[in-house]
Design a protein around this ligand. Structure first.
Ligand code: CA
Length: 494
């Protein structure tokens, strides 16, 4: 059987709530939606560490942050570790990485194991971006989302012979500071509905959550907004003005992504390759678009945790279906390898969902829950707490341990730990923390024990401040290993 070509489009910070196929009420994405029609829409795909560099590393390595070593934005990847790319290459695939890498640069950190790579440095620029490659550095005039697509197509067009290929088309968009093309900005200059939880007062939430500095009303910068709010607005009116401004520019950047997904699809179709291509569309994590009053990500609430994921491969995978089971960014590497008929590396920690897409028996049992850990404690800009948590299809338990271990870009401060618990069925908007509600005491303790066991299975170390859950006295857990400690690198923060 012919092995599929692979086109993996990854965007940066694209929330499922800003995709038509996921029911967006604030924009349309007709070209991305096509992939949901020709393929599968994953409704419960989650990031295991909702942050750019760590999620990219998990996608590539099929491992959690504590295994691949990319904990924060400033813990560069050891690019020599096994990835789905290195395994595809060994199996005869031609491979390329185009666009935003964002896992470090220089010896040992540049893209590794690719036949070709050309990436933007760090966060990259929207306009006239600089690209780095093995050949050096060049600046190309134009708009990053268009150029990244151009370079990906150019590379594939340069290939000769019949061996399959895999290209990563990893965009900067729609990442902060949201600089769209003028024609898109103009089209998006409309008033949009305000999310139901925009005025969240955090009444039942932990102090850890109240300390975060990601509120649309208070923490968007002048660079984000492009101009100061009109004078004379009260705090509430100013918050709404900022939200509308933020959504305008964010969604205008998304429109360019949508156009470029369409360009890729049309190009594949014109080449006669669309049916034999495994095409993935995903974002490295979700994003708050005003829900709970926030922008950005990092936290374990649904809007940030959920990754949009669409998978199309018409020759093998029946289209127009949705996948409800829990999958994560850690599962993607093994799934791509499985689709290509290549064995995964034993170090990989995910589970391929390929057998479920092609109805191949036996289908492995899917985990009923997700383990999450955010390490970048209290960074100077977003002030988001380090935490880990456990999400089942019904509940979400979160432990904010508020300790950065001295990891790069974490703060010097630690705070007392806090717990939160949400009932996703009774409270899908996650506004009522029921951790101290006696009605939830039993499930709370069950979830603590389940999370402890999952940490043990994955080889992660619980924070020393957490008491051993009842019934877990005999569960072996890893001791906290030494972590990289480089503080205050003079590089560009996210
Ligand atoms: Ca991101």
């Amino acid at each position: 059987m012919r092995r599929p070509n692979v086109v993996f489009v990854l965007t940066d910070d694209h929330a499922a709530n800003a995709i038509g196929a996921y029911g967006s009420v604030i924009n349309t994405t007709p070209r991305i939606d096509e992939l949901a029609r020709t393929g599968w829409r994953f409704d419960n795909c989650f990031a295991t560490n909702s942050l750019c560099s760590p999620s990219r590393a998990s996608l590539l390595t099929g491992a959690y942050s504590h295994v691949n070593g990319v904990y924060t934005l400033f813990t560069p990847v050891d690019a020599s570790q096994p990835t789905f790319i290195s395994l595809l290459a060994e199996a005869g695939y031609r491979t390329a990485m185009i666009g935003k890498w964002h896992m470090g640069h220089g010896e040992g950190h540049d893209p590794h194991g690719f036949d070709h790579w050309e990436v933007v440095p760090g966060q990259g620029d929207y306009w006239n971006p600089t690209f780095l490659s093995a050949a050096g550095r060049r600046t190309i005039e134009g708009y990053a989302t268009d150029l990244i697509t151009d370079l990906a197509i150019e590379w594939v067009e340069s290939l000769e012979g019949d061996d399959p290929w895999c290209v990563l088309v990893w965009h900067k968009a729609p990442h902060r500071p949201w600089e769209p093309k003028p024609e898109h900005r103009e089209r998006h200059d409309v008033t949009r509905p305000i999310p139901a939880t925009f005025w969240d007062d955090y009444a039942t939430r932990s102090p850890s959550i109240r300390r975060t500095a990601m509120r649309v009303a208070d923490h968007l910068s002048l660079e984000d907004l492009k101009e100061a709010p009109p004078p004379g607005l009260d705090h509430e009116a100013e918050a709404v003005w900022k939200l509308q401004r933020y959504l305008r520019d964010y969604l205008a950047c998304v429109e360019s992504v949508d156009e470029n997904v369409g360009r890729l699809t049309d190009w594949l179709r014109n080449r006669g390759d669309l049916d034999d291509t495994l095409m993935l569309y995903a974002s490295d994590q979700g994003f708050f678009l005003g829900e709970h009053g926030w922008f950005d990500k990092r936290l374990m609430f649904e809007e940030s945790l959920r990754m949009p994921l669409l998978v199309s491969y018409p020759r093998r995978v029946p289209g127009g279906r949705t996948f409800d089971g829990i999958v994560t960014n850690v599962d993607v590497a093994q799934t791509i390898l499985d689709a290509a008929g290549v064995d995964h590396h034993p170090r990989m920690q995910g589970r391929s969902f390929w057998p479920e897409l092609v109805d191949e028996a036996p289908v492995p049992e899917r985990p009923a829950a997700l383990y999450y850990r955010y390490w970048e404690n209290d960074d100077i800009i977003h002030k988001a707490p380090a935490h880990y948590g456990y999400r089942t299809d019904r509940h979400k338990l979160i432990y904010y341990y508020n300790d950065g271990f001295g990891l790069p870009f974490t703060s010097f401060f630690t705070y007392p730990p806090d717990w939160e618990l949400y009932d996703l069925e009774a409270d899908p908007d996650e506004v009522i923390n029921v951790y101290d509600d006696p009605a939830y005491a039993e499930i709370r303790e069950e979830l603590k024990a389940a999370m402890w066991r999952e940490q043990s299975r994955l080889g992660d170390a619980p924070h020393h401040s957490q008491p051993v859950p009842a019934g877990c006295e005999d569960v072996e857990v890893a001791a906290q290993p030494e972590l990289p400690r480089i503080r205050w690198l003079a590089s560009q923060p996210e």
